[in-house]
Design a binder for this molecule. Sequence first.
Ligand SMILES: Nc1ncnc2c1ncn2[C@@H]1O[C@H](COP(=O)(O)OP(=O)(O)OP(=O)(O)O)[C@@H](O)[C@H]1O
Length: 317
Amino acid sequence: MISVEGLTRRFGETVAVDGLTVEIGDGEVFGLLGPNGAGKTTTIRMLAGLIGVTSGRATVCGVDVTDRSAGPRLRGLVGVLPEEVGLYGDLSAAQTLDFFGRLQHLRPGVRAERIDELLNRLDLWDRRDTPAASLSKGLKQRLALARALVHDPPVVLLDEPTANLDPEVARTVREFLVDLRTRGHTVVINTHRLEEAERICDRVGILRTRLLRVGAPTDLRASMTGGRVTIGLEQVTDPVLEAAQRLCSGATGNGRGHLPHGAALVSGDRSITATLPVGTAVADLVTAVVLAGGRVTTVSQGESLEDVYLQIVEERS
Ligand SMILES: Nc1ncnc2c1ncn2[C@@H]1O[C@H](COP(=O)(O)OP(=O)(O)OP(=O)(O)O)[C@@H](O)[C@H]1O
């Protein structure tokens, strides 16, 4: 659905995005994560055809985003929520959607139905006659999201869709995005909210001018080295404890009984909790435990996507 190869954008001396290559599939929610100035907004703008590319290529539903003559086709395929929502202040919420529905050549009946649906889904119905200028930040954000979706585009590009939203409304928007995926839409979101990315994204890409890593949040967490992990076992044996202890720096105790809380390794009858040194992955520990004869029942990581993100961004600085 979205195919990107070597996409690069410079602004004068500044390289905003460097050699981005990624494939994003139909019905996928893909999160772009990265620090301030990482090139996330620039990527969204290139994919939407709002700015040119310096080199490389990208297609959206087979349409080349660098082909200027493809602009109208691209606008029909893509819905964009930009960083700056930019609404016409005099138009009411309903008029705004009607205006953009007309620009997308929606027939009157379809347009009216779509507008009612979006106003309801995004909790804007009671404010449908309020001029955009009088809406709060969060309401403007929701109206801009509705505007991006008025023509029911197969691809939706959203720059910080839940910025400015209170937790309850942010949840409504997240549910809405998950529903878009269920209906086969491809969604790309820029976000700084890592717990949100973890909850709704099938995969995330960690960008810092270059793409540092791509993967499902659970796979990225599994690839993290260091951190805390609890392994459930049918039985904790001495060989298992010794194997686990070898992997944990700063381990204390004799490896036989219950080690003191706060040590690199804490064991119970049916579980061990280890604090791994950086450079040692959860998979290394599980392998060591299994090779020592341990029968593993569960593995749970204490670390969040935020920990993984910080590790990836920091190790590449
Ligand atoms: N129109 C522009 N002119 C000059 N430089 C720009 C322009 N747009 C972006 N940049 C530069 O490109 C780099 C990437 O910016 P971009 O806005 O894409 O980052 P971002 O990841 O979206 O950041 P944030 O999380 O802060 O929104 C930055 O160094 C920025 O200053």
